[in-house]
Design a protein around this ligand. Structure first.
Ligand SMILES: C[S@@+](CC[C@H](N)C(=O)[O-])C[C@H]1O[C@@H](n2cnc3c(N)ncnc32)[C@H](O)[C@@H]1O
Length: 215
C-alpha cells in the first residue's frame, strides 16, 4: 500500500527540513544497505519532529519502545540537556548490533541506554518518570506499551506513537481483510480517543503519529 503523503510532497518536505547530521546520515545509509525492512526507520523528517518535541518540551528522560538501528533514539538524544538520557528497548540482537555501533560513534553515546530483550521484560528494571515516551515497536502490543508508558509518565509528559495510520489501513474500507497489526492499531486508536485519562491528536505525518498527554 502506498504511503499516506504523496511522494513528491514527501521529497519536498524532506529537502526543506534542516539537513541531518553526519552520524544520522550514516545510520540511514547502513539501514538501507543492510536491513530487510529499512522502511521501519523513522528517518529524516520524523526524526526532526522527535528532536523538536524533546527540545520544546524540555524533556530530560526519554523512553523508546523499538530502537531498530538507532535513528530515532539518536534524534531524540540530540535535543536532551546535559545529563539527559534515552532508554531504548529492542528485542532483536541483529538490530541492536547496528544501533550500538552508531550510538557509540555518535556525539551522544553517553545519553543512550540500549536494553536488548522483549520491551515489557526490559521495562521491569526501568523506573519512571519519563518526560517523553516514543512507542514504535510491534503493533499488536501497542495497548500494553501505552499502559506501561502511562504508568511511568511524568505529570506533564508526552507519549508519541508511530504508525497509527498504518498506510491508511486503519480505515475499514481501505483494508477489508485486516492483519493482526491493522486490527491492533484500529483498536488502539479507538481506545485512546475514548480514554478519559488522556488527550490525544493524530498527526497525518508520514505513517501517522499520535501525540498523547494526561487529561
Ligand atoms: C519500526 S522499528 C523501530 C524504528 C525506530 N524507532 C526508528 O525510528 O528507527 C520496530 C522495532 O521494534 C522491535 N521490536 C519488535 N518487537 C519488540 C519487542 N517485543 N520488544 C522490543 N522491541 C521489539 C523490532 O525488532 C524493530 O527493530
Amino acid at each position: 500500500m502506498a504511503g499516506l503523503v504523496p511522494e513528491d510532497i514527501e521529497r519536498y518536505a524532506d529537502a526543506r527540513t534542516t539537513a541531518e547530521p553526519e552520524h544520522l546520515r550514516a545510520v540511514a545509509e547502513e539501514t538501507r544497505e543492510r536491513t530487510r525492512s529499512p522502511g521501519m526507520m523513522s528517518g529524516h523528517v520524523e526524526g526532526r519532529l522527535l528532536e523538536m518535541l524533546v527540545h520544546s518540551s524540555g524533556a530530560r528522560r526519554v523512553l523508546e519502545f523499538g530502537t531498530f538501528t538507532g535513528y530515532s533514539a539518536l534524534s531524540m538524544a540530540a535535543a536532551l540537556p546535559d545529563g539527559g538520557t534515552v532508554v531504548t528497548l529492542e528485542v532483536s540482537e541483529e538490530h541492536a548490533e547496528i544501533a550500538r555501533r552508531h550510538i557509540a560513534a555518535s556525539p551522544y553515546a553517553d545519553r543512550v541506554d540500549l536494553r536488548v530483550g522483549p520491551a515489557l521484560e526490559s521495562l521491569e528494571d526501568v523506573d519512571g518518570p519519563f518526560d517523553l515516551v516514543f512507542i514504535d515497536a510491534d503493533k499488536p502490543s501497542y495497548g500494553l506499551y501505552f499502559e506501561a508508558a502511562l504508568e511511568r509518565l511524568a505529570e506533564r509528559g508526552l507519549i508519541v506513537v508511530d504508525n497509527t495510520l498504518w498506510s491508511g489501513r486503519v480505515v475499514d474500507e481501505r483494508d477489508p481483510d485486516p492483519d493482526d497489526s491493522t486490527l491492533a492499531l484500529r483498536r488502539f486508536n479507538d481506545t485512546v480517543a475514548r480514554d478519559e485519562r488522556v488527550v490525544c491528536v493524530i498527526l497525518t505525518i508520514r505513517d501517522g503519529v499520535t501525540l498523547i498527554r494526561r487529561a
